[in-house]
Write a protein that binds this ligand. Structure first.
Ligand code: G6P
Length: 617
């Protein structure tokens, strides 16, 4: 949700910032901008509506230079996506301002601050909350404060969630940054420093990173980095080496990141399983020290997540209750947080998040921790340095690698595998699972990467089916049991990237409403694994075909379903167990959404109005 990149170096930083923005574009792409401070030419900025490419074109036509710079790619919250609302925001509002600011997050008290600033004579050029920060700093400078003191005095007044990078022309070799509720990382180079909202942006220039903590601020020059914590005390934060490679943000041979990430799933799942299962068992260390003790006394599981991660949690609920007989509730974080939920003792809280920075998910676990600091929170997450990981008691990393496409694919599959590992770990520690069952599930999980590969091999056939959907305005997805959340995920993928209105229903609910929508204009997409619900699903299928719907079925080879006029059956897999089935059957639905979007010509990796990491509530 908005991307920041900043640099202070001896060399020209413009190209580094632009490359960083390209790598951060998945966080927001309404507009982009850059401000550079050049020793001789002073502060200059450029902004453009739309993608980073539009900004790059503008800079090519009218280059600006500098060894100190800040840049931003925006996902609009306050103010429509037009150039005057794009970051950086300058104060005063003239071509060569004295202060330039880029900001992620939301300043909750911006209206109060703005009113004060307007009273003291400031004029505003944008509708954003961010602009108040630039004016606040400028105002403090006007009172005679040093640049550093003005920065701190202004940040002290901000309420809300933010990550900031600031240039003050009075300190032409200094970059000021702050982190409170929005991620920010500092990149350490040789005689140069960088900052960004995601380390991915800086991989071409450094592998050494300092992850700022909540409330940290830093005053950064080429050689010196001074960090203060939330209590204004100077602190040292460790420098960590990233194992990620610069090319992990490249599309490689694939046309879109989404397709690349769909195809990375066999490897991502193999990585997630590595070192966690062996000889038919879950390894005791998989969830870290102290996990077994917590798992042994668990009486309930409460899963909290948003978006695609929520759907992974929904699948796990079927597993936990069916296989372990362990009560499990799943809720979207934004609802859970605000409905004053009752959480009984011995409940294990599981927060599921690809990014570990989703504001609603973080707010929900913080609320639970405030209520009872001893209540155990397990994070299943894909970002090792994220806020969620840092604030949780137990952690299982999903190891999907960087996921760039806004529509989540490999993160979802690895979350499902991670939840299956949790099922095994709780089963073992609490004695709720027989050893033979554990061995059977482990053996099934080991086969998942190969089976996904087989499902991916149906890509051409899925593309043919996509051609039949491309002109449709609506679609209905049906599933039963753990396939119901998979139907929800399939519908979400389709609506996210192709903008076709899609909804998912448990197939048994069809006759309680959605059947009224069925006619030849309403395609119905369903998943038919070979299980005890297959016959019931077949009855539901008959109900929709009888009413003229065009039917698309992703089926087990043994399901006994065959294509006919307006019924398209694609056998996807065979002999998959109840843990593997949702993971495998999800693959053709990912491919279906992808191909429909490509045929419609939408922006697959960066669908309109969405962002990869939603760091505002
Ligand atoms: C956004 C993304 C989704 C993602 C959701 C939750 O809406 O576009 O793909 O599923 O956030 O994100 P998280 O990082 O917490 O899994």
């Amino acid at each position: 949700m908005c991307g920041i990149v900043a640099a202070v170096a001896e060399r020209q930083v413009g190209p580094i910032l632009l490359e960083g923005l390209r790598r951060l574009e998945y966080r927001g792409y309404d507009s982009a901008g850059v401000a550079l401070l050049d020793e001789e030419q002073g502060l200059a900025s450029a902004r453009a509506v739309g993608k980073v490419a539009a900004l790059a074109e503008k800079l090519e036509a009218t280059p600006i230079t500098g060894q100190l710079g800040i840049a931003h790619t925006r996902w609009a919250t306050h103010g429509v996506p037009v150039e005057r609302n794009a970051h950086p925001h300058l104060a005063p509002n003239c071509e060569h301002g004295r202060v330039a600011v880029v900001h992620n997050g939301i300043i909750e008290n911006f209206a109060t601050l703005k009113a004060e600033l307007v009273d003291s004579g400031c004029t505003f050029a944008s509708d954003t909350d961010t602009e108040v920060i630039a004016h606040l700093i400028h105002h403090q400078l006007g009172l005679g404060l040093s640049p550093e003191a003005a920065f701190h005095a202004a940040v002290d007044r901000l309420q809300g969630a933010f990550a900031l990078a600031v240039i003050i022309t009075d300190a032409p070799e200094t970059l000021f940054v702050a982190r409170q509720g929005s991620p920010l990382v500092i990149g350490v180079g040789i005689g140069e420093h960088f900052a960004a909202s995601d380390a991915l942006a800086l991989l071409p220039v450094t592998q050494s990173f300092i992850y700022l903590e909540e409330g940290d601020r830093a005053v950064i020059t080429r050689e010196v980095l001074a960090i203060t914590d939330a209590a204004s005390n100077p602190v040292e934060r460790p420098v960590r080496q990233s194992a990620q490679r610069a090319e992990s943000a490249d599309r490689g041979q694939f046309r879109h990141f989404m397709l690349k990430e769909i195809h990375e799933q066999p490897q991502a799942i193999a990585d997630t399983l590595e070192g966690r299962i062996a000889h038919g068992h879950i390894l005791p260390a998989a969830f870290g020290v102290g996990a077994d003790e917590i798992f042994a006394s668990v009486e309930r599981v409460q899963i909290i997540a948003c978006g695609t991660s929520y759907h992974a949690g929904m699948v796990a609920r079927y597993w936990f209750e069916d296989i372990l007989r362990l009560p499990c509730a799943v809720e979207v974080a934004s609802e859970f947080h605000y409905r004053n939920p009752v959480v009984s003792p011995n409940t294990l809280i599981v927060a599921l998040s690809q990014s570990g920075e989703t504001a609603d998910t973080l707010a929900a676990i913080r609320m639970l921790k405030r209520e009872d600091p001893k209540r155990p929170v397990l994070a299943i997450c894909n970002a090792p340095e994220s806020s969620l990981v840092r604030e949780s008691d137990l952690v299982l990393m999903t190891r999907a690698g960087p996921e760039i496409s806004v529509a989540s694919t490999k993160a979802f599959s690895t979350q499902l595998v991670s939840l299956a590992l949790l099922l095994l770990a709780i089963g073992r520690a609490s004695g709720r699972m027989e050893e033979a069952e554990e061995q059977r599930i482990v053996a099934g999980l080991e086969k998942v990467p190969g089976r996904i590969q087989d499902a991916l091999d149906h890509g051409d056939r899925v593309r043919e089916l996509a051609e039949l959907l491309v002109e449709k305005e609506h679609a209905l997805f049906l599933g039963r049991g753990p396939m119901y959340p998979i139907a929800m995920e399939g519908a979400l993928k389709l609506k996210e990237i192709s903008y076709i209105h899609a909804e998912a229903y448990p197939a048994g609910e069809l006759k309680h409403g959605p059947l009224a929508l069925i006619d030849e204009t309403m395609p119905v997409i369903t998943i038919a694994p070979q299980n005890e619900l297959l016959d019931k699903l077949k009855s539901n299928i008959a109900e929709v075909t009888a009413r003229g719907a065009e039917l698309f079925v992703f089926a087990d080879e043994r399901a006994g379903l065959h294509s006919a006029d307006f019924t398209h059956v694609l056998p996807v897999t065979s002999h998959v167990g109840r843990i593997s089935a949702p993971i495998i059957f999800n693959i053709p639905l990912q491919l279906l959404a992808y191909h429909v979007a490509v045929l419609k010509g939408t922006d697959v990796d960066q669908p309109r109005n969405l962002a990869k990491s939603v760091t505002v509530e």
